[in-house]
Design a protein around this ligand. Structure first.
Ligand code: 5AD
Ligand code: SF4
Length: 441
């Protein structure tokens, strides 16, 4: 018997990449690969890349430069680039870094076994197609290994919105939804392996329209209600949503569906209607605020989260101020802000850029506001009850850590709770990035 080959996967970027990395490791597991945490002893290294912001491609090239050295020590080592940089750069990657054996875009991961065989024989393999066949059929979770209590489940991919700053419609392709039955099957399998919470993933998850058993398209709300019926599955979340796709049935589900958690990530990007228009967001700050109003009417305690871009081309101080005003109005439990970064091939890349120092200064101001808001909301949790899904032991003796329904990290002191338990607690303190709690009967 030969020793198992070792696979090292480095994941960049979003949760969908985390999900894809798991699936790739499983597919290659069938080719005899076992996961390893160190690049140095790997037979195959995959960089699962992200192209959304910053100098993503350059970072990948410099990482590849480092990995090339490992190949000098171990000539059998195979190096692959997957994910959105693979999709965007394609062949260019092998041209710029000949040490790379394999380049595969997100829509072709199910073809990895054939590609692996080709590179094992000393060839190169490149696939950045958008194939017709369903990659998830081949990528289904196979080994019946136990799982952590919280898992990602990709239900939708791609995006048809074409925001002027964003590469997703180009790297992930057109919007597609997986059929309901396949998602339910995967969710049941996860529950059998100890999962209690699933986060449904999609670049535009609330545009979900997968086929149901009756051959008709189903909404995300219908999918959530179907998942709600699975015994043993206790919590459902979804991300990321577009304001225009917050349909009535989804808003209602937030009020009525017990397993749907009171947390919603709903990016707005800017508070200025002029900028929103130039971003091709197809909503206004007012229509966004109205959506939130309706969600809060359905579920008053919902915790809102959002994404913001500062320094988008032609953003003035006044536009930026409108963003700060919107944040003040919404009050976000979590928010993520990014300095605009030019993505070649997107419409905004051609426009007059905001002065870099100015954009930096705006980023600092928006982050200060967001941090203050987050801290205020965390502090307001003190004294309140919550239910925590326990994920792992904490650093201190007797401590267990997990997530509240609002996705706050919570440390339960002196707890005998087990991983996977959902325990009622009372919040007794707020630290910078987490809450302290004691068990409540
Ligand atoms: N520059 C800066 N931020 C971006 N995002 C997407 N594209 C860009 C870009 N070109 C941000 C958006 C999105 C989040 C995932 O990343 O805020 O919601
Ligand atoms: Fe990108 Fe989201 Fe806009 Fe789609 S909706 S283009 S994924 S920012």
């Amino acid at each position: 018997m030969t020793a198992p080959k070792k696979l090292f996967v480095k994941t960049y970027g979003c949760q969908m990449n985390v999900y894809d990395s798991e699936r790739m490791a499983e597919v290659l597991g069938e080719q005899g690969y076992q996961p390893t945490d160190t690049a140095e002893d790997a037979d195959m290294i995959l960089l699962n890349t992200c192209h959304i912001r910053e100098k993503a491609a350059e970072k990948v090239y410099s990482e590849l430069g480092r990995l090339k050295g490992l190949k000098a020590e171990n000539p059998d080592l195979k190096i692959g680039v997957t994910g959105c940089v693979a999709q965007a750069e394609g062949e260019e990657i092998m041209r710029r870094q000949p040490a790379v054996d394999l380049v595969v875009g997100p829509q072709s991961y199910h073809r990895l076994p054939q590609m692996e065989a080709r590179v094992r024989e000393g060839g190169k393999a490149l696939d950045t197609d958008f194939p017709e066949e369903d990659k998830f059929d081949t990528l289904k979770r196979r080994p019946k290994a136990a799982r952590a209590p919280s898992a990602f489940l990709t239900v939708q991919e791609g995006c048809d919105k074409f925001c002027a700053f964003c590469v997703v419609p180009y790297t992930r392709g057109a919007e597609t939804s997986r059929p309901v039955a396949r998602i339910l099957e995967e969710a049941r399998d996860l529950v059998e392996r100890g999962v209690r919470e699933v986060t449904l993933l999609g670049q535009n998850v609330n545009a979900y329209h997968g086929l149901g058993a009756d051959g008709r398209e189903q909404s995300l709300a219908a999918l959530i209600w179907a998942l709600n019926d699975i015994d043993g599955l206790e919590r459902i979340r979804f991300t990321t949503s577009h304001p225009n796709d917050m349909t009535d049935d989804l808003i209602e589900a937030h009020g009525a569906c017990e397993k749907l958690m009171p947390y919603l990530h709903l990016p707005v990007q800017s508070g200025s209607d002029k900028i929103l228009k130039r971003m091709n967001r197809s909503h206004t700050s007012e229509s966004y605020l109205r959506v939130i109003e309706r969600i809060r009417a359905a579920r008053p305690d919902i915790l809102m989260s959002g994404d913001f871009i500062v320094g988008f081309p032609e953003e003035t101080e006044e536009d930026f101020q409108a963003t700060l005003d919107l944040i003040e109005e919404v009050k976000y439990g979590y928010a993520y802000s990014f300095k605009y970064s030019t993505r070649p091939g997107t419409p905004a890349a051609e426009r007059t850029q905001v002065d870099a120092a100015e954009a930096d200064e705006r980023l600092q101001r928006i982050q200060a506001l967001i941090t203050r808001q987050q801290q205020d909301i965390q502090k307001a949790m003190v004294g309140r009850s919550a239910r925590v899904l326990v994920e792992k032991p904490g650093r201190e003796a007797g401590q267990m850590v997990g997530k509240s329904e609002y996705l706050h990290a919570v440390h339960i002191e002196n707890s005998d709770a087990a991983v996977g338990d959902i325990v009622p607690v009372r919040i007794i303190g707020a630290k910078r990035n987490s809450l302290a709690a004691i068990r409540q009967e």
